[in-house]
Design a protein around this ligand. Structure first.
Ligand SMILES: [Zn+2]
Length: 292
């Protein structure tokens, strides 16, 4: 499958709804049907609340007895439930975001009655189906089912990074699209400043190891290509994608792919560019996300 497409398409599908605290759910609010099961794990917050109000659903059809969740499911819930901060988990919980793991795009289509373009590995949507009329973060195991051996440890790590990206979109959604705000100290304005400063750096001082040969041009053009952001720099979706990338880059497990996210973190979050002392765009993202 084409994993590269998912990052762009995930945002394209993302709606613009705002989900406030009024939609907080204190009791189970969704009963999954086959092949999905709710997965209750010993967790104290999203995606499984301490009330038993699970927000995590395994839909790969192989683990119907809550006994042996697939490793990628464990990876997903571990990342989503433990790696995100308490503040972010509360945002996701109060806004009703659920996390689903499907085996494949086809399984997702069958469950939701919606068709997604082949190649999406993970996405966030504000309305998954009429059956589940709320937002969801969806992970597809197809991403790691590389025949004949199936998932590898690296795939589980990559899944965690995919979840980080989609949580970035979710937080942006929940908070009313701060990714599109302009003005001093706001994301769009600072990101434009950071882009210019990044392009002024000597490219030989940046670690481009692993950069695809098809990614050429200035520093930012190469980084944008590597992260597979397909939108023009003036398109709102451009800023929404980099918002999500910035959020993922700020998390302990980072973003997918790890190398360009490291560059993003090194130059758009801390240090490396003039003027020094500037609160850079990815810091704005993380500060915003971590503000209750
Ligand atoms: Zn995205």
């Amino acid at each position: 499958m084409n994993i590269k497409r998912f990052l762009a398409l995930g945002a394209m599908i993302l709606g613009v709804g705002f989900f406030g605290a009024s939609q907080a759910q204190a009791t189970p609010h969704y009963t999954p049907h086959a092949p999905c099961i709710d997965w209750n794990v010993a967790s104290t917050s999203w995606p499984t609340a301490n009330t038993g109000d699970t927000h995590f659903f395994i839909c790969d059809g192989s683990y119907q007895n809550h006994m042996n969740p697939s490793p990628i499911s464990i990876s997903g819930v571990r990342n989503a439930g433990q790696n995100q901060s308490a503040v972010v988990k509360t945002k996701l919980l109060n806004a009703g975001y659920d996390l689903f793991v499907f085996k494949s795009v086809a399984d997702y289509n069958a469950y939701t009655g919606k068709n997604f373009p082949v190649g999406i590995g993970s996405l966030t949507t504000t309305n998954m189906s009429t059956d589940h009329p709320g937002p969801a973060i969806v992970i597809l195991e197809e991403f790691c089912t590389n025949p004949p051996t199936g998932c590898t440890t690296q795939n589980y790590t990559d899944t965690a990074r995919l979840v980080n990206h989609e949580v970035g979109h979710a937080v942006d959604n929940i908070m009313g699209m701060p990714s599109l705000l302009q003005g001093t100290g706001k994301f769009v304005t600072q990101f434009d400043i950071d882009k210019q400063a990044f392009d002024l750096l000597n490219p030989n001082t940046i670690n481009w190891s692993g950069l695809p040969g098809s990614c050429t041009g200035g520093n930012f053009a190469k980084l944008k290509c590597w992260l597979n952001v397909i939108y023009p720099d003036t398109n709102p979706q451009f800023y929404r994608e980099f918002w999500a990338h910035c959020y993922a880059a700020s998390q302990p497990s980072g973003g997918y792919l790890p190398q360009p996210h490291t560059i993003l973190k090194n130059y758009f979050k801390t240090g490396g560019m003039a003027p020094s002392g500037t609160v850079r765009s990815c810091t704005i993202v993380n500060n915003t996300a971590q503000t209750p």
